[in-house]
Design a protein around this ligand. Structure first.
Ligand code: GDP
Ligand code: GDP
Length: 458
């Protein structure tokens, strides 16, 4: 599938530099059909786990001055038309120029979503231009340095929703988890001092050097690869850790503030999120914020409770942790809770089995016929309410997506269906199909036309 993202901007703002960073050494699919696309480059871009086709329009500086604007305009129009989202790049060092304004109005008129990038933002010389950029009316600029690879995490966060929206529309996606070569991406998140770095070091072995940052991703996200020898198979795993590993370079007060945003970044990269709590102070506000972010992003969650070596009455404590999890995180009723000690290694052998179990849940696929049998029974056991005299009808349900499992049901007056009934349905799906630990999404849609109803997959 080729989702296109266009790089737009006047010459010299750094489009090619960004293009090269995104496409890297992967063979650029340079399209050199004579006369048509000679001065445009397309290439398979990678940013974290996102892949898309980047379109650049280089080489225009070399054109004669008079010809410049018309050709630039045509190139831009075409690149914009093909893209799902445009990256509009300005040079933060020179501020907003009249030509930038021209490009901005072309983009605004196109109606395409635009991500505004203020490039060359390394160092303080860029601050004024960054401020200027707000005035373009294209939303908040993202400061990047294409040359130095800064701001790539923010760029990832900005692009990701457009690409995942596309794949939702596409419905079926590839099942990635049975690809034995593809590492399972796990983020270890939690408050500062929860023990994240100790944990990762213990898992991979203290003697292994932490690699990172990955080229082309971000300096802020550190990852390390490792293989877990599970019972049935080997699992390549890629851990993402956040501020924990870098905290020595940081000021303590800043750390507190940054850790939620840092966690979000790691969460975006991850498939499974391990929330590491400190057994001395579990489920604090920041822990819950991070868990909520992970679940809202649709990630599978494992709760690990660290420093278990310090806990005296372990039986009582685990009971109270379970109670707290149920009460404070009702969105993920079955998320496993794993007490462990990153320092001594006690309990560590239970972590990876939990991670792979929730991962399998996250990839769960339910047959349409089984779902509809279940729906029929659920609705007859407990019918949806009537609204102003008319009973709401739910007729048909199908799973449209995995990772996390997402279901679409056809429902008359969907907007009137009480939240409690929706919860009843979601919990029913959990129980009937044994999908416990991960977020489940249920989308209620007005019935399509009757002819579409017989399709078994939508
Ligand atoms: P394009 O014409 O928009 O494709 O721009 P280029 O990618 O060719 O870049 C124009 C100039 O800006 C080159 O000299 C780059 O080295 C420089 N440049 C690109 N990105 C950055 C950056 O992040 N910081 C700085 N300081 N210079 C950059
Ligand atoms: P991070 O900020 O989450 O990466 O936390 P660190 O890994 O740097 O750990 C913070 C502190 O907790 C350090 O002093 C660790 O030695 C300590 N610590 C980590 N894990 C354990 C554990 O299982 N038990 C005990 N008692 N202390 C631990």
């Amino acid at each position: 599938m080729s989702i296109k993202v266009s790089l737009v901007g006047r010459p010299n703002v750094g489009k090619s530099t960004l293009f090269n960073r995104l496409v890297g050494k992967r063979l650029a699919l340079v399209d050199d059909t004579p006369g048509v696309t000679r001065d445009r480059r397309e290439g398979e871009a990678k940013l974290g786990d996102l892949t898309f086709i980047a379109i650049d329009t280089p080489g225009l500086e070399e054109a004669p001055e008079a010809a410049l604007e018309g050709r630039m305009r045509r190139q831009t129009d075409r690149a914009v038309e093909e893209a799902v989202v445009c990256l509009f790049i300005i040079d933060a060092r020179s501020g907003v120029t009249p030509l930038d304004q021209t490009f901005a109005s072309i983009l605004r008129a196109s109606g395409k979503p635009v991500i505004l990038l203020a490039n060359k933002a390394e160092g303080a010389a860029a601050d004024a231009g960054l401020y200027d950029a707000y005035g373009l009316g294209l939303g908040e600029p993202i400061a990047i340095s294409a040359e130095h690879g800064e701001g790539m995490g923010d760029l990832y966060n900005a692009i990701e929703p457009f690409l995942s929206e596309m794949s939702e529309e596409d419905g079926e996606e590839d099942i990635a988890w049975d690809d034995p070569l593809k590492p399972l991406r796990v983020a270890i998140v939690g408050r500062p001092n929860a023990g994240k770095s100790t944990l990762v070091n213990k898992i991979i072995g203290d003697d292994r050097l932490l690699t990172g940052p990955e080229a082309g991703i971000t300096r802020d996200s550190i990852s390390v690869e490792w293989t877990w020898r599970g019972r049935d198979r080997d699992w390549p795993v890629k851990f993402f850790d956040t501020a924990g590993m870098r905290k020595k370079a940081r000021v303590q007060s800043k750390l507190e503030k940054l850790s939620v945003a840092d966690s979000l970044r790691a969460i975006k990269f991850a498939e499974v999120v391990v929330l590491l709590l400190d057994s001395e102070s579990p489920f604090e506000k920041q822990d819950l914020q991070i868990a909520d972010l992970a679940l809202r992003e649709g990630r599978a969650l494992v709760i690990a409770v660290n420093k278990w070596d310090l806990v005296e009455d372990k039986d009582t404590r685990i009971k109270s942790l379970r109670e707290m999890a149920g009460r404070l995180l009702p969105q993920a009723p079955g998320a496993p809770i794993i007490p462990l000690s990153a320092m001594t290694g006690a309990g560590l052998n239970r972590l990876m089995p939990a991670v792979t179990t929730v991962y399998v849940d996250w990839n769960a696929r339910v047959k349409t016929s089984d779902l509809n049998d279940w729906l029929h029974e659920a609705v007859s056991r407990h019918a949806p309410p009537a609204v102003s005299g008319q009973r709401i009808k739910i007729r048909y349900i199908a799973q449209t997506k995995t990772r996390p499992p997402t279901f679409v049901a056809q429902c008359t007056r969907a907007e009137d269906l009480p939240a409690a009934y929706k919860r009843y349905l979601i919990n029913g799906i959990r129980q009937a199909f044994d999908i416990n630990a991960v977020p489940i999404r249920l989308i209620l849609k007005k019935p399509d036309n009757p002819y579409a109803k017989d399709k078994s997959r939508r």
